[in-house]
Design a protein around this ligand. Structure first.
Ligand SMILES: [Ca+2]
Length: 433
């Protein structure tokens, strides 16, 4: 389903500025994202405050003689090597949950259940916000897989879900949400993508910079990219898609002016990046300027390597390698040109797991030492790891224990990071002790 290009006019005004930004960042992406390409800050490191130090206060005088204000400058932090964290179960009883998403109003956390429901969860009280189990094909890697609220939700009340329908196709459907409940009658399938096999359906949808909806699509399934989608920009499979919703003039969606294949000649207009195998989860870490982000893509590997790639949101035509490469290794042949692809920033082999579960960059308030850390796990081994550009990988499993069937993560309405287990429980990452 193509949209026509009715959104072109809408984005033309910003085109020149965007194009310049795109060219500047492409070079950085091609080098694998140097530290120049990211804007991460951390309160940890050699200058961090030691645990024995009380919170720092500063006193300043105001315009009124004799009147002072006292401001707490920063919470107490410890060096990262001394930080202790734990997982606290905050909720349970869900039916195969795969994701936690907070609405932009900050009013509710929503849990996505794979069989086809979205459950609103407020402090242990659950309410079914959407039940489309009759429309969802559930089992294995199929089901209701993703949820994203529109950045203009406060005004337009729009939310989007990603599921596999009874024919086995990926459906992106738009709903209006009122008072925390999805209005089923407003449901409108805006994009349907046929799937040649039951596995590798991707599943994540999220709104990125400039308000575009990103959709992570797997290679169509089977094994070894049997359908040849990974490096084919003409198919929506094996790709990261980027569209503008809602569409203008009654179109289901529009094509952003700066997508790389807008005329359809060299690729499908919806395709933004290629070379993906099964990006079950990806996450944006927005820059403070609001117009760009680091995109953390966790792509599930085949037999050997699970990988995390870091790509700037403005990088057009980024190619993440599959199936020429699996992680940082050549896959289809003994030699390959690594310079043609975005290589992972971190990866692990199947000695440590079987299927990566990507999470989010921690930007919460309660554990400032973890600011800028990207958290991820593995469905089979249930470890909890974080990766930061400054300090590399950290394995927290010795403190948090192994979480069975780690299916997803979430950032709750308070901005803290949650872990989702397919067994039905939700956990919050907290400071220990
Ligand atoms: Ca790759």
């Amino acid at each position: 389903m193509l949209s026509g290009f009715r959104g072109a006019e809408r984005y033309a005004a910003g085109m020149i500025r965007f194009r310049i930004a795109g060219l500047a960042t492409l070079a950085l992406a091609a080098t694998g994202c140097t530290s120049d390409a990211v804007s991460l800050t951390s309160t940890t490191g050699p200058s961090a405050i030691t645990p024995s130090t009380a919170p720092v206060s500063s006193t300043s005088t105001t315009g009124n003689p004799g009147e002072t204000t006292t401001t707490v400058v920063a919470p107490t932090t410890v060096p990262l090597s001394e930080l202790r964290i734990t997982l606290i179960e905050t909720d349970s009883g869900f039916d195969r949950p795969v994701l936690l998403v907070a609405d932009p109003d900050g009013g509710h956390d929503y849990i996505v259940e794979q069989p086809g429901r979205i459950v609103r969860a407020d402090g242990g009280e659950h309410a079914v916000a959407l039940d489309i189990r009759g429309a969802v094909k559930f089992g294995g890697e199929q089901g209701l897989l993703g949820l994203a609220f529109h950045p203009g939700f406060a005004l337009n009340r729009l939310a989007y879900v990603n599921y596999i329908d009874n024919r086995g196709a990926t459906v992106i459907e738009q709903f209006e949400v009122h008072d925390g409940i999805f209005a089923v009658a407003t449901g409108s399938a805006i994009l349907v993508i046929g799937q040649p096999a039951g596995n590798h359906n991707g599943g994540m949808i999220a709104f990125g910079p400039r308000g575009f909806l990103w959709i992570g699509m797997g290679d169509g399934g089977a094994a070894n990219d049997a359908f040849g989608n990974g490096q084919n920009p003409h198919t929506l499979l094996g790709s990261m898609l980027r569209i503008a919703v809602p569409g203008s003039d009654g179109a289901p969606y529009d094509i952003p002016e700066l997508n790389p294949y807008t005329d359809g000649a060299d690729g499908a207009p919806e395709v933004y990046w290629t070379g993906l195998r099964n990006p079950w989860r990806f996450a944006f870490d927005f820059f403070e300027d609001g117009v760009g982000a680091n995109v953390w893509v966790a792509d599930v590997g085949q037999d050997e390597i699970e990988e995390v790639s870091l790509v700037l949101s403005d990088s057009r035509r980024a190619n993440l390698g599959w199936p020429v490469m699996e992680g940082s290794e050549c896959f289809q042949s003994e030699s390959c040109d690594r310079n043609s692809f975005i290589l992972p920033v971190t990866e692990y082999t199947h000695d440590d797991g079987c299927s990566i579960t990507g999470g989010y960059v921690y930007r919460g308030d309660s554990i400032p030492e973890l600011d800028g850390h990207y958290f991820y796990s593995d469905f089979c081994s249930g470890f909890l790891r974080s990766y930061s550009l400054e300090s590399g990988n950290h394995d927290w499993t010795g403190m948090t224990g192994i979480t069975p069937q780690m299916s997803g993560f979430g950032i709750g309405r308070g901005g803290e990071l949650y872990v989702v287990s397919l067994t039905g429980s939700i956990y919050r990452i907290e400071r220990a002790g």
